[in-house]
Ligand binder design. Sequence first.
Ligand SMILES: *Cc1c(COP(=O)(O)O)cnc(C)c1O
Length: 418
Amino acid sequence: MHHFHYQSGELYCENVPVRRVVEAVGTPCYLYSATTLAHHFQVFDAAFTQFPHIVCFAVKANANLAILRLFGRLGAGADIVSGGELYRAVQAGMDPGKIVYSGVGKRPDEIRAALKAGILLFNMESSQELELINCIAGRMKLKARVALRINPDIDAQTHPYISTGLKKNKFGIDIDRALEDYRRAQELPHLEVVGVACHIGSQITQVSPFVDALERLKELIDRLRALSIRIQYLDLGGGLGIQYDQEAPPPPSEYGQKLIEHLKGLECTLILEPGRVLVGNAGILVTKVLYTKASDAKHFIIVDAGMNDLARPSLYGSYHGLWPVVEGQRDQVKASIVGPICETGDFLAKDRLMPAFAPGELLAVLSAGAYGFSMSSNYNARPRVPEILVQDQDFYVIRKRETYRQLIWGESIPDFLK
Ligand SMILES: *Cc1c(COP(=O)(O)O)cnc(C)c1O
């Protein structure tokens, strides 16, 4: 469910015509619906009311301060994967006591900052990381709360680049050697071992891989408790998919209900780390058609947004719906929507039957709220685009368009070139 719809032939985000935003900030721009974001969080959170739980929004999906603040106000915690994301979450006023820190490559300075902030727990991804955190916490005269991120060897049946729970992936600790690492962690004086974690992948459209992972972790928890390791948190990660095209992911209510069925009797607090499902369909990327170019072989529609603004199609070949900002009668053509970047991989849609959009028209690239802006870059020296948050009849620029000055910020020419 989202709040992008047509009214008298014009696309609105909530009660704001998309055209009005474009008149104010230009194109390309990201547009998010605050009502949709809040609704998605509340629906997800409600799916788990029958079990003690914390919903930790995966910051990497959309790290804008205003969005973090919005979720934080609704009671969300944060799943972070870097010191930068910790900084963002804290700046947005999120509760450090609800922050979990995941990722295979935590640096010492990042670990120190997280300990200082007093985060809820670290999801440890290797035995070396255990030793390092123990050492840093010792020097700071603290105890670090940790969970071990387990690689349950589950096929999440998603794109290989976003599948993370298979033995061959770089993530987590092999479930077979988990006991050994838990024993070691338990011995380390500056660690408090409190949890078991996993995250099996992203854009998962069935519940069964989550249930399979849960079953494996439950077995592990039983064994750990038999060793008197007090497991208080079970972190099942994120990964629930959304509809981009024809996918039919389970609604959060079904996902929650099925997981809870398998959690009965387990005494612990459940942690969930949803990213995409909270923000994906709450945002669009608005772009303008610059040119069209047709030959015998191909029909190209060249727009002003490129792979640096929205990387997903180039990166994963992923599908994003396309809507005109102003409805109208157009011929259908088989065309590709391409950007201005000097790469053949720079496309937003490929060989798709679509209306023959003409120069000057505005297009909405749908489902762009997750891994859209957060993955964007300055490639080809393109300033990153503004982000706008709409609520009801109002819109707010929550990130300005970058300037050329900002593009060269921090660069300098050494003396020998002067
Ligand atoms: C990316 C990631 C998430 C969020 O994944 P979504 O598919 O966006 O829900 C959650 N936890 C971890 C550890 C991640 O790396």
